[in-house]
Design a protein around this ligand. Structure first.
Ligand code: SF4
Length: 438
């Protein structure tokens, strides 16, 4: 039986526990050792009523606390894994374990070897993201060839942040197992906001009006209708279970989008400084690399690209790319220069392929939550060349099987604000002075 996430055993279940406990402690002939975990999933775990009862009976017995993973004295171990930990400090126990269970001990020795390799400055090996098998390397190189591989901005960004991250996600196809939760996750919220904005600006475009302060009321009216038509089907379409606060959440989203549209139409919107002139909404959720091919010229080879440009506005006879971001984390163009994010580089190349190289004025990220703009870039900006140099390096790494766990721009031991593979890549115990090119 469970209420509010708490296990509430019935009286019969408790009686079972108590009966069993009484029976078991009655079996002890010489000594009785009672133990209990004190943490579960990182949180303190309260003792059971049985444990408390024993403490009440033996108030002078001081419980001994053993830290997680701590080595026990050799003569106190109770399990094989406790013995393995204790064996690190006891040569006699080590010798005994190696003789008593050679297969188990061989596994431990291999683990030790791998771990020492990680900690040392020796080059990355097959346990630290470096492919060793020549056939496998050739297959990966083929897979990364322009003939086979189609790149999205997300894939390039994963690779740019860390070779291992790309390897785990794209070659091993690993994904975290998410616990289903009530309400929308961040991705669903982003899609919902995109849908409403797409509908709003597409309908506003049909009015033939520019994005200007005097037309903001028209745009806001269209926004209300767009939201009204998008919200009702959202849970089914985006596959989430609406929470009890769904009606309030809709109001919050609508309020946020109203602020966003108001600011977009205002005179002080920073995009006006970056790309001056009268703006007209032009295209929405524009796909590239599906029916129409888009390529990124790296000089010497061309990568095939695939993705979607959220919005393009027309200023005179040229287009400005707009990419919506739900969060407020800025994506400065220096991220391209550092080889960590290639999103705008990809969009600029794709837009030039779609409409012609002279037709693209530039692009920027519009942050919905705080209505800011970041990463504004023109197609002739020199950072794009620096970005292409990084992509060439990443391709060289990938085709040589170099997928080491070392984040680009790692700072104070932190790679990125969040990484699904942080537990898996073992970066925190990997020596960062290893030669990545060896
Ligand atoms: S935690 Fe860092 S090193 Fe590990 S996979 Fe993620 S980005 Fe790479």
């Amino acid at each position: 039986m469970q209420t509010d996430g708490l296990d509430l055993p019935t009286q019969a279940e408790r009686a079972d526990d108590e009966g069993l406990f009484y029976e078991l402690i009655g079996l002890a002939g010489h000594a009785l050792c009672l133990s209990r975990p004190v943490y579960k999933n990182g949180e303190a775990w309260a003792e059971s009523h049985l444990y408390r009862a024993v403490q009440a009976v033996f108030p002078h017995v001081e419980p001994e606390v053993i830290r997680l993973g701590a080595a026990l004295p050799a003569d106190e171990v109770g399990t094989r894994s406790e013995a393995a930990v204790a064996a690190m400090q006891s040569p006699a126990l080590r010798q005994w374990l190696a003789q008593a269970d050679p297969a188990f001990w061989a596994q431990i020795e291999l683990g030790l070897l791998i771990e020492r390799g990680r900690l040392s400055r020796q080059p990355y090996d097959r346990y630290v993201g470096r492919l060793a098998d020549e056939t496998l390397i050739r297959r990966v190189a083929d897979w990364l060839s322009p003939a086979q591989h189609v790149w999205s901005a997300t894939q390039l960004a994963e690779f740019g942040v860390c070779n291992f991250r790309f390897f785990a996600r794209r070659l091993l196809n690993l994904e975290p197992l998410e616990t289903p939760e009530e309400g929308m996750d961040a991705r669903q919220l982003g899609t919902l906001q995109h849908e409403i904005l797409e509908k709003t600006y597409a309908e506003f475009k049909a009015c033939g009006l520019p994005i200007a302060l005097e037309h903001v009321d028209t745009a806001l009216e269209i926004l209300e209708h767009a939201a009204e038509s998008v919200f009702p089907g959202a849970p089914k379409r985006l596959r989430f279970r609406p929470s009890a606060r769904w009606a309030d959440e809709q109001q919050v989203i609508l309020r946020r989008l109203r602020q966003f549209v108001k600011f977009d139409f205002s005179e002080k919107h920073p995009i006006r400084k970056e790309f001056p002139g009268e703006r007209q909404p032009h295209a929405f959720e524009r796909q590239f690399g599906f029916r129409e091919e888009a390529r990124l010229d790296l000089g010497g080879e061309e990568l095939r690209l695939r993705g979607v440009i959220d919005r393009m506005d027309r200023i005179g006879d040229r287009l400005v790319i707009i990419d919506y971001k739900s969060g407020s984390t800025k994506i400065p163009s220096s991220e391209i220069e550092q080889g960590r994010n290639f999103q705008m580089l990809v969009y600029l190349a794709a837009a030039q392929a779609l409409v012609g190289p002279d037709q693209v004025a530039g692009g920027a990220f519009f942050h919905i939550s705080d209505r800011s703009v970041s990463g504004a870039l023109a197609p002739d900006d020199p950072v794009l060349d620096a970005g292409k140099t990084h992509i060439r390096r990443l391709l060289r790494d990938g085709r040589a099987g170099r997928f080491h766990a070392r984040a680009n721009g790692m700072d104070s031991g932190q790679c990125t604000s969040y990484c699904d593979f942080a537990q898996f890549c073992r970066v925190h115990v990997t020596n960062q002075d290893k030669d990545a090119d060896a």
